[in-house]
Design a protein around this ligand. Structure first.
Ligand SMILES: *Cc1c(COP(=O)(O)O)cnc(C)c1O
Length: 450
């Protein structure tokens, strides 16, 4: 069969390929044929810099020779092997590597294929833990989660999620959650300033934990930055404070680092910046360098031990995904770690982070930019109708989407979160490319808010 024409591809894309988080009636095809480094090339040969790292997952660039070679070499041995009662050398090596690199005490790696599943696994493990730990508390069956949280799109992860735009529709299907107010430094309540924000939000969390701890199995949080909420950066000390409170009230802590893990915030894991060891670390997106579907839930030893016993004691974690621990993905993940070392990815970040900060400072001066937020190589630019009053644009005006469409005319691909322009390039982005991304974002914002 001859290769389909561009015209055919475009037609089939609209008719047969139902895209995620996309209104298909209005979808305008963007069909990427290939990529190299931070550059995407579409079927017409147009080139775009990838300003959002393939939706937050690409780390070292597309078609990195080391990662490509690792996958090819694995392909010559075995492409898939189940994790149900059997193992694979590549996946074992990855589990060991993750145990070594995760915060202290996290040593037991459960593999799945998507970030949502890694959260789902942590939720179920936490639930089961309280039934079979040394002093069982089977009444601990609920979860606490932050307002405007995003943890994925399965029913469990949507239940702990709190983005109204995505989640409200499904409310009748969801379990009840204790909702902790989310730190929002741009829209602080009256009487709270940046100096007192940590204390204020922690006292709110504490009040809820004090009231509900008896029924709470776990608290789930995106460490340092709530991504899909609009790149909401937490005040310093907040994460460490949550860790202290969850210890004090005997509630397990699930750190969802699916977005912030793998160097995104400047350290390999975000938890490191506040010296926090959660009970569960959820990883996805960047784990394979953004190449292949793989996620991991890294559990603390006390959790793992509560699941050990004779088969007939029924302590087994009866949960699994067919492709969990896939060797091709594991090979990509191991190569991703190797590249972190060989290319000194983390050591080279501060210069890029600084460059981003400089541009953001300029962009913050635009008349319709209400706030710019940055942590590491992760930034959000919030557009507002009225800067003094912090009034949003009517959401139907889709200013964020219009700004990103204009950015494409300047050779940069971006995807916004409502009226927040997200800038999250691969960590391998060059200073030149980073500058082009931010210039295009600025031009797009100007065009969309004139
Ligand atoms: C993307 C994301 C998820 C979901 O990961 P998927 O692989 O899309 O299922 C979960 N948590 C956070 C914080 C995310 O950003």
């Amino acid at each position: 069969m001859p290769a389909p024409s561009n015209h055919e591809l475009t037609g089939w894309d609209c008719r047969h390929y139902w895209h995620a988080f996309t209104q298909m009636a209005e979808y305008e095809p963007l069909i990427i044929r290939e990529a190299h480094g931070c550059r995407l090339v579409d079927i017409e040969g147009r080139e775009f810099i990838d300003g959002v790292a393939s939706l937050w997952c690409n780390v070292h660039g597309h078609r990195h020779p080391k990662i490509d070679a690792a996958i090819r070499a694995q392909l010559d041995r075995i492409a898939h092997c189940t994790s149900l009662g059997a193992s694979n050398d590549t996946a074992i090596e990855l589990a060991k590597r993750l145990a070594d690199l995760s915060p202290a005490g996290l040593e037991h790696v459960f593999f799945a294929s998507d970030g949502a599943a890694s959260v789902e696994v942590a939720l179920k493990m936490a639930f089961q833990y309280w039934r079979q730990c040394s002093e069982p508390q089977p009444q601990k069956t609920k979860y606490a989660a932050l307002a405007s949280a995003y943890h994925g799109d399965t029913i469990g992860s949507v239940s702990v999620g709190g983005v109204a735009r995505f989640h409200e529709m499904f409310e009748p299907l969801l379990f009840e959650v204790v909702r902790v107010p989310a730190p929002d430094l741009y829209r602080l309540p009256d009487g709270v300033d940046t100096a007192t924000a940590t204390e204020f939000y922690l006292s709110q969390a504490e009040a809820l934990l004090a009231e509900h701890h008896d029924e709470l199995a776990a608290l789930v949080v995106e460490p340092l930055v709530q991504g899909a909420a609009g790149i909401l950066v937490q005040p310093s000390g907040y994460l460490a404070g949550l860790r202290n409170l969850t210890r004090k009230y005997d509630v397990l802590l699930i750190a969802d680092e699916v977005a912030v893990g793998f160097g995104r915030t400047g350290t390999l894991f975000a938890c490191e910046q506040e010296s926090v060891s959660p009970d569960f670390l959820c990883l996805g997106k960047g784990l394979t360098g953004g190449y292949l579907p793989m996620s991991a839930t890294v559990a603390a030893t006390h959790v793992f031990e509560a699941f050990l016993g004779r088969y007939d004691e029924m302590r087994t974690f009866f949960h699994g995904h067919t492709f969990g621990g896939n060797p091709l993905a594991a090979a990509a993940a191991l190569a991703t770690f190797d590249v972190f070392e060989e290319e000194q990815t983390l050591a080279r970040l501060p210069e890029k982070v600084g460059c981003m900060a400089e541009h953001l400072e300029r962009i913050a001066g635009l008349p319709h930019v209400g706030d710019v937020r940055q942590k590491g190589l992760m930034a959000g630019i919030e557009l507002v109708a009225d800067k003094a009053l912090k009034l949003p644009f009517a959401w139907q005006e889709r200013r964020g989407a219009i700004a990103c469409r204009h950015a494409m005319e300047h050779g940069v691909w971006l995807r916004p979160l409502g009226d927040v322009i997200v800038v999250m390039p691969p960590l391998s982005v060059s200073l030149d490319e980073l500058e082009q991304i931010l210039r295009a974002a600025e031009l797009g914002i100007r065009a969309a808010t004139e």
